[in-house]
Design a protein around this ligand. Structure first.
Ligand code: UD2
Length: 314
């Protein structure tokens, strides 16, 4: 038996990936998660088909035996958030760089199958041209962006030096059900949804004209699976954008949400955030060509589905 591993599988993106894997015929999935930001309840619907291992990727000796003989490893465990990496650089460095090294090392030393790594669109920083293509030089603006980029480089180097199959996917602002709005570091859409349903004003950092390629979580989960199955000769060691391909400003997004709910709430505005990227949009041509990426959800579909989930689960 070669287990399928999802690190960070109790998180909002990881648990969507676990559900997608089980829906596509995988019988069981092993989840490695330290439950720092992940939650067991994210796996409630699939608990009988999940082998949950409470372990921290910073602890090599704890995770190496779990990754041994894995068929595929989806490495999503991380401490996300640009501002968090600025205020708390040590834990995010240790999880995002040391933890990623540990996962790659464990996979490589036990001759595991392919590692799909959750990289980040933040690696691009501010570029003169949009959309952002994988051939552009990275320009990280925050510890988080740099840490995620180092993980990509490590994945590529493990492919070159040790023959480990790896694919890095640069996730672009993923949103959807189960994204936790309870922290100041939460993703902006989860915070927008929370405020919308409470009929309170969200805070927008800066003028709200910054834009993001908001990508629905199920599209990202589907792409992770495709990346794990694409021909190694084409994809191994490479980096691909995992975005939707669109771009919406925060002001537009808040207005769209208010329109869906039929309310008018003026947001509050605060100082721009350190390390913030101004505009973000993925060129998805390479992922479409090599991985068969085919986003199924428009931004509005995603917003409506997500809002429905928060309404039912708040
Ligand atoms: C970055 C990455 C993303 C992913 C994520 C993980 C970019 C472009 N994207 O997302 O791919 O790796 O990190 O954490 O680098 N904001 C508000 N009000 C709030 C919260 C946020 O205005 O209450 C703004 C924030 O200043 C930013 C935008 O909303 O301009 C998105 O912020 P975010 O924290 O949701 O995600 P971001 O873009 O840092």
């Amino acid at each position: 038996m070669n287990p399928t591993i999802v690190t960070g599988g109790a998180g909002f993106i990881g648990s969507a990936l676990v559900r997608a894997l089980l829906a596509t015929g995988v019988e069981r999935v092993t989840v490695i998660d330290n439950l720092l930001s992940g939650k067991l309840e994210n796996l409630d619907e699939v608990r009988d088909r999940v082998d949950f291992r409470h372990a921290d990727i910073r602890d090599y000796s704890a995770i190496a035996p779990l990754i041994k003989n894995a068929g595929r490893v989806f490495h999503l465990a991380a401490i996300p958030s640009v501002p968090r990496s600025i205020t708390e650089p040590v834990p995010s460095h240790e999880s995002n760089i040391d933890g990623t090294f540990n996962v790659l090392r464990a996979a490589s030393e036990s001759r595991a199958g392919r590692v799909v790594y959750a990289a980040s669109s933040s690696a691009y920083g501010d570029t003169e041209v949009l959309p952002k293509t994988e051939s552009m030089a990275p320009n990280p603006k925050s510890p988080y962006a740099l840490q995620k980029l180092v993980g990509e480089y490590y994945a590529s180097v493990f492919a070159q030096c040790y023959g480990l199959e790896t694919v890095s996917l640069r996730f672009f602002n993923v949103f959807g059900p189960r994204q936790d709005p309870s922290s100041p570091y939460s993703g902006v859409l989860s915070l927008f949804m929370k405020h919308l349903l409470a009929r309170t004003a969200p805070t927008i950092f800066g003028d709200g004209e910054q834009s993001r390629d908001f990508t629905y979580v199920e599209d990202v989960a589907a792409l992770c699976i495709k990346a794990s199955l694409a021909p190694a000769a084409t994809v191994s060691g490479k980096v691909y954008n995992a975005g939707n391909g669109g771009r919406f400003t925060l002001n537009e997004t808040w207005r769209a949400l208010c329109a869906i709910e039929g309310v008018k709430i003026q947001p509050l505005f605060a100082e721009p955030r350190a390390g913030d990227v101004r505009h973000s949009q993925a060129d998805i041509a390479a992922a479409v060509r090599d991985l068969g990426h085919a986003p199924q959800f428009t931004f509005e579909d995603g917003l409506r589905r997500t809002l429905d989930w928060y309404r039912a689960n708040a």
